[in-house]
Design a binder for this molecule. Structure first.
Ligand code: IPD
Ligand code: CA
Ligand code: CA
Length: 308
């Protein structure tokens, strides 16, 4: 096992213990936006992980969710518009599922990935509530608590259990996100919303879910789960089937067998919602005024009434 793979698991376990000890204790909760929470526990867990990486690999870049803590690397303070940094880079979500944590709902995780020139090499996702450590190393398979895991063999979307999440701009773009939810609800066996993208991906890897899609996640949410799914035999792409990279605003991850059908549904929604959907989420286009459907509404006019 590579030294960085071992370190990722060790730090995920240690940060998870810190979070578990803090469960149920009254927290200092701040709002990053109307629906995006952060606590002192997110920050303490991140400090522990960053310190551990800095101690072992001081030159590595760190892309971590909670600003102001990661220092030294070339690309701190991540931006969804940036591409993966070159060279050795860590992507850290110290607490994925903060809303669950704040509500004492035992479903959240520590997510740590190591990438080299944008290629995922090591991953660890630890769920301290269930004592489940998902880990993967490039070319070495995926594991849950040291047992190898594999994606499900469900071959039809109609029989698939899917999972998704909703981005933090969901109050502005609710119609668009619900359009995806509605379409998959009608195409798959069922759909869940659990509140931790890192665990959603690991559950696809472990065959608990058959597929996952979400808009506008960040590298720290998906980088580790991406590798775990790939190493478990799954497929991860952009909504149009292009190769995934965690700096993209869309992710579709499946057991491979239902991937083409999943992409066909995503294409159907994109066609219905308009061409602008492929660039929705692109920072340069964000300033445009958009309706809830995600369509650009600047020049749209109401049809004239024809009746009299
Ligand atoms: C969130 C979770 C959630 C997803 C959100 C994420 P956080 O991460 O992964 O499942 O739907 O988009 O931001 O804020 O709890 O670290
Ligand atoms: Ca997250
Ligand atoms: Ca987080």
């Amino acid at each position: 096992m590579l030294e960085r793979t071992r370190l990722a698991s060790e730090l995920a376990l240690r940060a998870g213990e810190l979070i578990r000890d803090a469960m149920g204790v009254r927290r200092n909760v701040e709002f990053k936006s109307a629906v995006d929470l952060v606590t002192d526990v997110d920050r303490a867990a991140q400090a522990l992980i960053v310190e551990g990486i800095r101690g072992a690999f001081p030159e590595d870049t760190i892309v971590a969710e909670e600003d102001g803590l990661a220092s030294g690397g070339a690309s701190d303070g991540p931006s969804p518009s940036a591409s993966a940094p070159t060279g050795p880079c860590w992507c850290i979500d110290p607490l994925d599922g903060t809303t669950n944590f704040v509500h004492a709902l035992p479903h959240f995780a520590v997510s740590i990935a190591f990438l080299d020139d944008g290629v995922p090499v090591s991953a660890a996702v630890f769920d301290p509530s269930r004592d489940e450590l998902f880990r993967a190393e490039r070319g070495q398979g995926a594991f849950l608590n040291d047992r190898p895991i594999a994606v499900s063999s469900v071959a039809a979307l109609d029989r698939a259990l899917l999972v998704t999440g909703f981005p933090y701009d969901r109050r502005v773009h609710s119609e668009l996100y619900l359009e995806y939810f509605r379409e998959f609800l009608c195409s798959a066996q069922d759909v869940r919303r659990y509140g931790s993208a890192a665990l959603d991906l690991c559950y696809v890897a472990a065959g608990r879910f058959d597929g996952f899609w979400e808009w506008k996640l960040n590298p720290w949410d998906t980088a580790a789960g991406w590798l775990v799914v790939k190493e478990a035999g799954g497929r991860v792409t952009d909504f149009d089937g292009a190769p995934y990279d965690p700096w993209l605003p869309r992710i579709a991850a499946t057991n491979s067998a239902i991937h083409d059908e999943t992409l066909a549904v995503l294409a159907r929604i994109a066609a219905r919602c308009g061409r602008s959907i492929s660039s929705f989420g692109h920072p340069r286009l964000r300033r445009r005024r958009r309706g809830c459907s995600g369509r650009d509404t600047r020049s749209r006019r109401r049809p004239r009434s024809s009746g009299g």
